[in-house]
Every structure is written in structure tokens, then in C-alpha cells.
Design a protein around this ligand. Structure first.
Ligand code: FMN
Length: 348
């Protein structure tokens, strides 16, 4: 009732201005006297995944709150978990504007933000200040100007800084907006990255007396053979979870629309089928040994059902949340509950 009106106003603004305003509104929602007006506390439908108890299986995907500046406000929208970032070691401005485009006829967004963020020191400070009772995922990346041969150092640096403050850490190797990043999804580069991250995770677990799961986020633009190779590497290296997927560089489903030719990653309804296909293929290889988190085109409760039935234990929304607001979080939770999904067993 409330969000469609807010959205109509926000959609009259340039996308990035609307983005900033909606996060300010979220901040208001996190504080008295507004708390509870919008979405309210997390809906209770607990699921256990990766050794963590998620209050409900519906999360906010990375990229909406890159600096962890709005965790408390976003926490009042009913999510069972929130993922913030992608953060890089040093602050960086991202790509020049405009870099965010709405394609409303397709219920889609194209973005080429380019990891604009205030750096990991600011990020950690904000996470420390946040008050959020759900599960908090911290998503890490590399600076655009760190040479690819030193990319692993950026991830290790961020992992070390965020580890004590995270419920889980996501390693983003799938953004299309940092040159060369997605090459880390393949072959020796992937094995090398995972090996060093897992070794550092073990050291950090020992030092902090707490095991924080490592989750890898993958692209939707993968051939079956590539998925099989990646899945084998994830199993070999004992990765704790996989998020399928990030945005796509394809333009299926938006041909001919305004902004369809803008460079960047496409998200929302047009990426759904492709993301689900990738998810399903990973689920087939994993056979329950590594839990999957679905992202990509979840715009309704039924879309979330599709993801759970394809093998996901949890779902995340970004573009759907922009188009539908907190009502989507409620709808997904209600639809899943009505279907008895995602079930109560922790795989593996
Ligand atoms: C504007 C925008 C910025 C994003 N930034 C990030 C990011 O920094 N890190 C990341 O892992 N994913 C990022 N994503 C990808 C989303 O987290 C999500 O994986 C993708 O959009 C597919 O889900 P959706 O169709 O529900 O949007 C971003 C998406 C959008 C639309």
C-alpha cells in the first residue's frame, strides 16, 4: 500500500538519486517512531544453513548497501539475512555516472557501478555500529587498479579485516564491472584463490575461536562444462556455500528497450531463468554437499519457490526489492511457508 506510492515518487528521480533516497527512508524505518511501519522485525521461519540459524530464508543481496551504512534500517524490512558490500581494501569512486539504469517494462536494472565504496576500514566501523539481530553477510572484492596477479592479496586483506564481524563472508568473483574479475572463476586461478582463502579462514578461525563460513558468488554466464569444473573445485576446497547468481552480461529479454544497450550487468526478471539453470546445475553436482543461496530475478513468491525447488536453501532479492519494496519479503515468506519450503534439514 505504502511502497507503490513511494516507488512512484522515487522513479521520477534519476536512478542513483532514488537509490540514495530509498536508503535514507530505510534508515528512518529503522528508528522510532517509524520502526514497524514498513516491514517490521524479521518474520519467524528459521532455517539452519552453514551452521547458522537464519530467522527466515529471505535475504537482501549484495550491492544495495555497499558501505554497510544502512544495516539497522534495512534490518527493519523483514529480511532473515542481509548481505552488505562489495567492499574493497581501499576506497574507490566506481565508474563515472550515469551507471545505473531502470528498464521498467522488463522489471529489470542494468548497472555498471564498478564497486564504488568507502573502503574496508569504513565498512568495518559501520558493521560494528549496526544493530541487526538477523544474519549478516559481508561481501568482499578487489580494487579495480590492483593487478589481477595480486587479486588474491586484496581478498585476503578484506577477509582478515571483516572476519571477526561477519556471520558469513562472500567472495565476489562474478561482477561484470571490474575488468578481469570473472577470470578468477576458472582453472588454476580459481583453485589458487580458494586454497589461499580456505587456509586463511582456518588460521582466522583458530585465532578468533569462531568458524565463519566462506561463500562464493558466481556469474550466470557459464557453460555447463564451466559449472562442472567450478563445482568440482568448490567440493575439493571445501567451500561452505555458493550464491547463484550475480548479474548477466547477456541482453536476453530486454532487446529493443531503452537502455538495453548500456554496458554492465542486467538484473531482475530477465535473468531469472538463466540464474535458475545455473543454480540447478550446481545443485545436481553438489547433491546436498554444499548449500546454495539463490539470487537472480526473484520478483514474486512463486519465483522463490522455483529457486528452492531447483536446489536453493535460501534466497536473496535485489531488483525485486527495488520494484516491490518490503511487501516482496513478506510475500516470499508467506508463499514458502504455505508450501512447507525450504524444509528443515541441513544438508551435508
Ligand atoms: C545496482 C546493483 C549493484 C550491485 N552490486 C553488487 C555488488 O556490489 N556485489 C555483488 O556481489 N552483487 C551486486 N549486485 C548483484 C546482486 O546482488 C544480485 O546478485 C543480482 O542483481 C541478481 O539478483 P536480482 O535479479 O534480484 O537483482 C548488484 C546488483 C545491482 C542491480
Amino acid at each position: 500500500m505504502f511502497y507503490p506510492l513511494v516507488r512512484r515518487l522515487l522513479f521520477t528521480l534519476p536512478p542513483e538519486t532514488a537509490h540514495d533516497w530509498s536508503l535514507r527512508l530505510a534508515d528512518l524505518a529503522g528508528h522510532e517512531p517509524f520502526r514497524g511501519w514498513v516491514g517490521g522485525a524479521a518474520i519467524e521461519a528459521p532455517v539452519r544453513v552453514m551452521g547458522l540459524t537464519f530467522p527466515n530464508p529471505v535475504g537482501l543481496a549484495a550491492g544495495l548497501d555497499k558501505n554497510a551504512d544502512h544495516v539497522t534500517g534495512l534490518g527493519a524490512m523483514g529480511f532473515g539475512f542481509i548481505e552488505v558490500g562489495t567492499v574493497t581494501p581501499r576506497p574507490q569512486p566506481g565508474n563515472p555516472r550515469p551507471r545505473l539504469f531502470r528498464l521498467p517494462q522488463a522489471r529489470a536494472i542494468i548497472n555498471r557501478m564498478g564497486f564504488n565504496n568507502a573502503g574496508v576500514d569504513h565498512f568495518v566501523e559501520q558493521v560494528r555500529r549496526a544493530r541487526y539481530p538477523g544474519v549478516l553477510g559481508l561481501n568482499i572484492g578487489k580494487n579495480f587498479d590492483t593487478p589481477m596477479e595480486r587479486a588474491v592479496d586484496d581478498y585476503l586483506y578484506c577477509l582478515e579485516r571483516v572476519y571477526p564481524h561477519a556471520d558469513y563472508v562472500t567472495v565476489n568473483i562474478s561482477s561484470p564491472n571490474t575488468v578481469g574479475l570473472r577470470d578468477l572463476q576458472q582453472g588454476a586461478a580459481l583453485d589458487g584463490l580458494l586454497e589461499r582463502l580456505k587456509a586463511r579462514q582456518a588460521e582466522l578461525a583458530e585465532a578468533h575461536g569462531r568458524y565463519v563460513p566462506l561463500v562464493i558468488k558466481v556469474a550466470p554466464d557459464l557453460e555447463d562444462a564451466e559449472i562442472d569444473d567450478m563445482a568440482a573445485a568448490f567440493l575439493r576446497q571445501d567451500v561452505d556455500g555458493v550464491i547463484a547468481t550475480n548479474t548477466t552480461i547477456t541482453r536476453e529479454g530486454v532487446e529493443g528497450l531503452a537502455h538495453a544497450e548500456e554496458q554492465g550487468g542486467l538484473s531482475g526478471a530477465p535473468v531469472r531463468a538463466r540464474s535458475t539453470a545455473v543454480l540447478r546445475r550446481f545443485a545436481g553436482v553438489f547433491a546436498g554437499r554444499i548449500p546454495l543461496i539463490a539470487a537472480g530475478g526473484i520478483m514474486s513468491g512463486e519465483d522463490a519457490v522455483e529457486k528452492i525447488e531447483a536446489g536453493a536453501r535460501l534466497v536473496q532479492v535485489y531488483t525485486g526489492f527495488i520494484y516491490r519494496g518490503p511487501a516482496l519479503v513478506r510475500e516470499i515468506n508467506e508463499t514458502l511457508r504455505a508450501r512447507g519450503l525450504p524444509g528443515s534439514h541441513e544438508p551435508g
